[in-house]
Design a protein around this ligand. Structure first.
Ligand SMILES: Cc1cc2nc3c(=O)[nH]c(=O)nc-3n(C[C@H](O)[C@H](O)[C@H](O)COP(=O)(O)OP(=O)(O)OC[C@H]3O[C@@H](n4cnc5c(N)ncnc54)[C@H](O)[C@@H]3O)c2cc1C
Ligand SMILES: *[C@@H]1O[C@H](CO)[C@@H](O)[C@H](O)[C@H]1NC(C)=O
Ligand SMILES: *[C@@H]1O[C@H](CO)[C@@H](O)[C@H](O)[C@H]1NC(C)=O
Ligand SMILES: *[C@@H]1O[C@H](CO)[C@@H](O)[C@H](O)[C@H]1NC(C)=O
Ligand SMILES: *[C@@H]1O[C@H](CO)[C@@H](O)[C@H](O)[C@H]1NC(C)=O
Ligand SMILES: *[C@@H]1O[C@H](CO)[C@@H](O)[C@H](O)[C@H]1NC(C)=O
Ligand SMILES: *[C@@H]1O[C@H](CO)[C@@H](O)[C@H](O)[C@H]1NC(C)=O
Ligand SMILES: *[C@@H]1O[C@H](CO)[C@@H](O)[C@H](O)[C@H]1NC(C)=O
Ligand SMILES: *[C@@H]1O[C@H](CO)[C@@H](O)[C@H](O)[C@H]1NC(C)=O
Ligand SMILES: *[C@@H]1O[C@H](CO)[C@@H](O)[C@H](O)[C@H]1NC(C)=O
Ligand SMILES: *[C@@H]1O[C@H](CO)[C@@H](O)[C@H](O)[C@H]1NC(C)=O
Length: 601
């Protein structure tokens, strides 16, 4: 089907600067990856007309798939779509050996063009912990202004009276280009789930602002949705749109970075100096782009460590296995992959609870919703999930979990578990019916994974090994969280609309049965981070606190891969923050007129 809506989205505005070949081959900066972070960096750096920037994006222009624009069609632009990389994990030993799809945006805007748009920052204490690892300026006080900098917040409409918010978490005198709103539709199942969670004799999670650094409680979430036309506000629709007409910015799509380029080293100058990027253009022809100042890697948690490794920066074992000459041995590259896990039971609900199952199965209904969306209303003007709750696992429960003391030791404002509900889904063995998927998320898992090479080329995908539930602490925390979801769904509040538990079914009561249920359905909510961690070199760091890669000159990483500890939130908002702060760190070095130097090697 061809969809259309006459609105000024990035695909119109960005057209003028989009190309598949570079007009020039030398720039001050080359940014690899036109994703969430990359387009922020490029947009901020080109505010100075004397600075030239090239962005290399492997994927397509976002105009290739109109569904990117429609919030309620978010599921159609994930795995298996033309705008996705289609990663699949290695077999998960602790999830019944399943291999699991792992979406990543293959498009301008990157995963911000394909994600579920929930804007969440997590606990202030989490960022304070980043700073304590030796990253001055990355504490909550240091990062809060950068969270605010990127966004323009539209408060809830009068008819969204269920939304509780605190404007001081958002207000920003200058206003950034990224649009935040509560969309045009709040899923009824989210409203029921929210009421169940607020039950004072149950979970007792009360509504309040969750983006002020103190997320414990629950809220309807701000979404990256432009309320003017209820369209997705990706980094392309926002940051690239404002920069697209600048003559000092070039964005090339279908441009896969294949290798970093280096100046020859000499005994007098043994530190490798990055001079540019080799890439494969739309015709598969290798090209070179020179960066006279720096190369910025914003290729994401899978792409950035891959490009480092194929360029000779990484663990000895991985590099030698692919016959890649070692330039800088750093055992941490690609390691410490930290990710949230998502799981829960499935319920059949009454037909008056709207789900995506309904409009997927009924073309008439879909067209009706599409008409409503044109009027900024209805199912398609919101995301598939409208609220989240954040809570601690109680101390008496943690006391009986091996390793539970480590969760107990986190700052008391740092939540362990996120709860939310997806308006749609179904049991693992498909059945007819109207289903919803309430779920829990482990916010501070101890299971860590890695990405590793399968060849010396970025044309081949990396192995993604999250190792989910390899930690006993995580398994026990997951069982507790699953029971919590079930308690809410089976409570009096939800009784009018819940028909039955369709998966695993109420016969599954023992911890062993619940663990099996979790292992059967668990999947990521796509928050992979940490594979180029901002830590000290002696503490498995890949980048320093100014995001410069250890051991080389003129190279930074600016994306979700630098997170040294996963935030207690979905990772899009933290990624925008990292990109805003990263751009300022790069600008600070320009003012000193120094070439970028590394702190140690
Ligand atoms: C389906 C899905 C749903 C999600 N839902 C949410 C949500 O609701 N809320 C939330 O907060 N977070 C969500 N996330 C996570 C969030 O979107 C990501 O954490 C964030 O967008 C990561 O940004 P990034 O800049 O690190 O990477 P990306 O945005 O993925 O950008 C990386 C870019 O680099 C490009 N690239 C990679 N390799 C190369 C190469 N070799 N050469 C050239 N280009 C390259 C890619 O094509 C891509 O455009 C979701 C993610 C997904 C996939
Ligand atoms: C867009 O979404 C609609 C509705 O789910 C679907 O029919 C269509 O195939 C999708 N288009 C693309 C290009 O994915
Ligand atoms: C992902 O799979 C879809 C469907 O097969 C395909 O159209 C798309 O090109 C694939 N993406 C990549 C990057 O290979
Ligand atoms: C998973 O694979 C391992 C190794 O191949 C095997 O030993 C184990 O029995 C498998 N587990 C399940 C649940 O199939
Ligand atoms: C809610 O109010 C907004 C702004 O006034 C309006 O655009 C939208 O259509 C309303 N939604 C419904 C469902 O009435
Ligand atoms: C509140 O929670 C209690 C304890 O879990 C539960 O028994 C009860 O059904 C809930 N009440 C409502 C109104 O949901
Ligand atoms: C499909 O949706 C239309 C419009 O809401 C509705 O009238 C019709 O009954 C639905 N069809 C089925 C089979 O549910
Ligand atoms: C990568 O490996 C292939 C064979 O495995 C080899 O032909 C090629 O030269 C290598 N490329 C580089 C850049 O080392
Ligand atoms: C849905 O239907 C149930 C059962 O008829 C009713 O109790 C409930 O109020 C309805 N909810 C909504 C949101 O329409
Ligand atoms: C730039 O120079 C000033 C003054 O020497 C110094 O205080 C500052 O730390 C430098 N900034 C960077 C990013 O090096
Ligand atoms: C930095 O360099 C620019 C151009 O090379 C020059 O105009 C400017 O005065 C220099 N600034 C400082 C602080 O040295």
């Amino acid at each position: 089907m061809r969809l259309s809506k006459t609105v000024a989205t990035s695909l119109v505005v960005a057209g003028s600067s989009l190309a598949t070949n570079a007009a020039s081959s030398s720039f001050d900066y080359v940014v690899v990856g036109g994703g969430t972070a990359g387009l922020v960096v490029a947009s901020r750096l080109t505010e100075d007309p004397s600075i030239s920037v090239l962005v290399l994006e492997a994927g397509h222009s976002d105009s290739i798939d109109f569904n990117v624009t429609v919030p309620g069609l978010d599921l159609t632009v994930t795995g298996g779509s033309i705008v996705d990389w289609n990663y699949t994990t290695a077999p998960q030993q602790f999830l019944l050996n399943r291999t699991i799809a792992y979406p990543r945006g293959f498009v301008l805007g990157g995963s911000s063009s394909t994600n579920f748009m929930a804007y969440t920052r997590g606990a202030a204490a989490g960022y304070d912990a980043w700073a304590k690892l030796g990253n001055p300026g990355w504490d909550w006080k240091g990062v809060f202004p950068y969270f605010k900098k990127s966004t323009h917040f539209t408060p809830p409409f009068k008819n969204q009276s269920e939304v509780v918010f605190d404007i001081t978490a958002y207000e920003n005198p200058t206003g950034g280009p990224l649009e935040l709103s509560y969309g045009g539709y709040i899923e009824p199942i989210s409203i029921y789930f929210s009421q169940g969670l607020a039950n004072t004799s149950g979970p007792n999670l009360q509504e309040g602002e969750i983006n002020d650094g103190f997320p414990i409680g629950q809220a309807y979430l701000p979404l990256t949705v432009d309320p003017t036309h209820m369209t997705r506000s990706s980094s392309s629709a926002s940051f690239l749109a404002v920069a697209a007409q600048r003559k000092n910015l070039q964005v090339i799509t279908s441009a896969l970075a294949t290798r970093l380029l280096f100046a020859p080293t000499t005994p007098a100058n043994p530190t490798p100096v990055v001079t540019g990027v080799e890439y494969s253009d739309v015709n598969g022809k290798l090209q070179q782009a020179t960066a006279t100042r720096e190369v910025v890697l914003s290729a994401g948690t899978f792409g950035s460590p891959q490009l480092l490794m194929v360029s000779g920066i990484g663990p000895k074992k991985d590099l030698t296995a692919q016959n890649i000459p070692i330039r800088v041995q750093n055992e941490a590259v690609g390691q410490n992959m930290w990710d949230h896990l998502f799981f829960g039971p499935i319920y059949e609900v009454t037909d008056n609870i709207t789900t995506f199952n309904q409009f997927n199965a009924n073309q008439t209904l879909f067209l009706k919703y599409l008409m409503q969306w044109r009027n900024n209303q209805g199912e398609l003007s919101g995301a598939i999930s409208s609220m989240s709750a954040y809570e601690r696992i109680p101390s008496d429960v943690l006391a009986n979990i091996p390793g539970g003391d480590q969760l107990e030791a986190l700052d008391p404002t740092w939540p362990h578990i996120q709860l939310e509900v997806i308006a749609g889904g179904g049991p693992p063995t498909p059945q007819p019916g109207n289903f919803v998927a309430p779920a829990a998320v482990l916010l501070y898992p101890f299971s860590k994974g890695f990405v590793s090479l399968t060849s010396n080329s970025t044309k081949d995908k990396v192995i993604v090994q999250p190792n989910w539930l390899s930690s006993e602490t995580d398994r026990q925390a997951a069982i507790w969280a699953f029971k919590q979801v079930r308690e809410v769904m089976l409570s009096e509040t939800l009784a009018p609309i819940v028909i039955r538990e369709a998966f695993p079914g109420l016969q599954a009561q023992s911890d062993a049965d619940i663990l099996t249920a979790i292992q059967t359905v668990a999947h990521p909510i796509y928050q992979a981070s940490g594979t180029c961690a901002m830590r000290q070199l002696s503490d498995e760091g890949v980048v320093d606190p100014t995001l410069k890669v250890y051991g080389v000159k003129n190279l930074r990483v600016v994306d979700a891969s630098i997170m040294p500890i996963i935030p207690s939130a979905n990772t899009m908002a933290p990624t925008y923050m990292i990109a805003e702060k990263g751009a300022d760190l790069i600008k600070a070095d320009q003012q000193n007129n120094s070439t970028s130097t590394t702190t140690s090697s």
